[in-house]
Ligand binder design. Structure first.
Ligand code: UDP
Length: 149
């Protein structure tokens, strides 16, 4: 079963969107296997976004991500990496479709509420970066037969 890394950024936490966002992933049929709220150490933020470290917005992004609590999550399910990206919407919230999280709750690329891994390999890297094995639960919800035939 595929897993992906999702993080509600400080703006999403400050705006009390945590319950709404978790609800969307649960209602879709994905399984929560890891969850923690934390202040993100600068080193972790820099590692997480290391592919972007030559971008002009990098320093502002690190400052933003470390500015308040983040809710880090691991979600599991068939095709969850690509599906989570669809639930989240385009990077620029003005281009995100209504019905997506960014489309419904954000207007600015620097305050786009939520992160989701962009590919399977990225997901594996980010899960290992943010969570230890014992922080992840291996479990099968009893409602699984009502989500998968
Ligand atoms: N970002 C930004 N300004 C930009 C582009 C990106 O602040 O012009 C931030 C934004 O928070 C975005 C993150 O950098 O979510 C990572 O960018 P990426 O292109 O990887 O988008 P994502 O995968 O988050 O949709």
């Amino acid at each position: 079963m595929e897993r992906t890394f999702v993080a509600i950024k400080p703006d999403g936490v400050q705006r009390k969107l945590v319950g709404e966002i978790i609800g969307r992933f649960e209602a879709k049929g994905f399984t929560l296997v890891g969850l923690k709220q934390m202040m993100v150490p600068k080193e972790l933020a820099e590692k997480h976004y290391e592919a972007l470290n030559d971008k002009p917005f990098f320093n502002g992004l690190i400052e933003f991500i470390t500015s308040g609590p983040v809710v880090a999550m691991v979600w599991e399910g068939d095709g969850v990496v690509a599906s989570a990206r669809k639930l989240i919407g385009a990077t620029n919230p003005l281009a995100s479709e209504p019905g997506t999280i960014r489309g419904d709750f954000a207007v600015n690329v620097g305050r786009n509420v939520i992160h989701g891994s962009d590919a399977l390999e990225t997901a594996q890297r980010e899960i290992a970066l943010w969570f230890s094995e014992e922080q992840l639960s291996d479990w099968t919800p009893t409602m699984m037969p009502w989500i998968h035939e």
